[in-house]
Write a protein that binds this ligand. Structure first.
Ligand code: HT9
Ligand code: FE2
Length: 369
């Protein structure tokens, strides 16, 4: 078979959050993340402690190194000969370094794959702003296109289905049949959810859709319906500001009190086992469950599952064909359509005011006075 055509692209850029790699990195990393965000100092100190519990090192960069290597192998296996770069928003290697390298290498147009599957300011537009800022800093940077949000792509969903089945199987047999599926994602301020996506509430809607698909696929596989619900972790910000609830720890209390036998925690909001997963879920929520003598297991994140590793390739090939003016199927599972290639102007707005972005138009100037 002929190699898939990826023109007009001559590079792929893996875009991630970044994380500290040693104790001295923790504070500067947290300062990068929270600059101008109004996060209380106590919260920062507390989050710093989470990192210090793990030697000041987040697993996220190593996971991205593994993903990067796997993507390169996957592309080579498909005879697609383009370089793959990696840049982070908040830690080394920064987006600016990646873009500078791409510019030096003569890249003209790159497709950007984000390690974030859903729409909201924090999970989408902020990445687009940071890409635009890095490109402006580098100057004459390659043209950047952002690959579509993939919360409903089977290459994201299917690994989660298998991971959920595996985590169910890990539960003791006598509690397995009554187990609840507890889908977890990063909490965000309720206002941010209200204004996410072109019509609002996309963050919640997309998570509900993905969770429904996974729960339904699990039901097919085990021929039994496990009750399920979407809950949240990693709340920050001032206490008087409303964020999405319930928190996973409160929900585990509720489940145990209501006589559920066990739960499988499914971190549907995350693509790899980074700090939110290993601290907020595997450490904190696990301690809550242990205190309640409530059995839980945790489903793996997509990580470097070969299906997920092939996702950037599939989105790149799809987008390249679209850019060449060809009709291509836009694969999606569940009740929502495939996300658009370009975000609408004004979708997932920055609460502190609009900044330049890649991957979609700026808001039009206001009419009238
Ligand atoms: C939706 C969402 C995702 C999922 C989508 C995606 O993956 O992007 C995500 C991922 C991540 N968040 C991460 C780390 C942090 N997020 C923070 C703060 C915040 N996150 C928010 C939202 C999200 N965050 C929000 C609304 C805030 C409040 C401040 C603000 O409005 O910006 C803070 C500050 C301290 C605190 O407040 O907790 C830290 C340290 C890491 C790295 C982990 C590692 O090091 O392994 C990752 C992957
Ligand atoms: Fe975060």
């Amino acid at each position: 078979m002929a190699a898939p055509d990826v023109s007009p692209y001559d590079a792929l850029l893996l875009v991630s959050f970044g994380g500290p790699e040693g104790p001295d990195d923790v504070l500067p990393f947290l300062e990068n993340v929270t600059r101008g965000r109004g996060i209380p100092k106590e919260r920062l100190e507390e989050v710093g402690e989470h990192y210090h519990l793990f030697g000041g090192r987040s697993p996220i960069n190593d996971q991205n190194r593994a993903l990067l290597a796997a993507i390169r192998e996957d592309l080579a296996g498909a005879d697609i000969d383009i370089p793959v770069y990696w840049g982070n928003r908040n830690w080394d290697p920064y987006l600016t370094e990646a873009l500078q390298q791409m510019k030096d290498d003569g890249v003209s147009r790159a497709a950007c794959f984000l390690t974030s599957a859903y729409s909201s300011y924090s999970s989408c537009r902020q990445y687009r702003e940071d890409l635009a800022r890095a490109a402006a800093e580098v100057g004459d940077a390659p043209r950047l296109d952002r690959l579509r949000a993939y919360f409903n792509h089977p290459r994201f969903v299917e690994p989660i289905v298998d991971a959920t089945l595996a985590a169910l199987a890990e539960l003791p047999e006598d509690v397995r049949n009554g187990a609840h599926l507890v889908f977890v994602t990063h909490s965000i301020p309720t206002d941010m959810n209200e204004r996410s996506g072109p019509w609002g509430r996309a963050y919640l809607g997309q998570h509900r859709s993905a969770a429904t698909v996974v729960a339904e696929r699990v039901r097919q596989e085990v021929a039994r319906k496990h009750p399920s619900r979407l809950v949240f972790c990693s709340r920050s910000g001032p206490p008087q500001m409303p964020w999405l609830e319930p928190d996973i720890n409160e929900y585990l209390e509720e489940l145990a009190k209501d006589g559920a036998t066990a739960a499988v925690i499914v971190p549907i909001g995350f693509v790899s086992d980074h700090m939110e997963v290993i601290y907020d879920l595997d450490t904190e929520a696990k301690a809550t469950a242990d205190r309640l003598s409530f059995p839980i297991t945790r489903a793996a994140t997509p990580g470097i599952d070969p299906r997920f590793v092939g996702l950037p390739r599939e989105l790149l090939v799809e987008r390249a064909a679209t850019e060449r003016g060809e009709e291509v199927p836009r694969v999606a599972v569940g009740g929502l359509m495939a996300a658009p290639d370009l975000c609408a102007a004004g979708c997932c707005p920055n609460p502190r005011g609009e900044l330049p972005v890649v991957g979609g138009p700026q808001s039009p100037p206001r009419l009238g006075r």
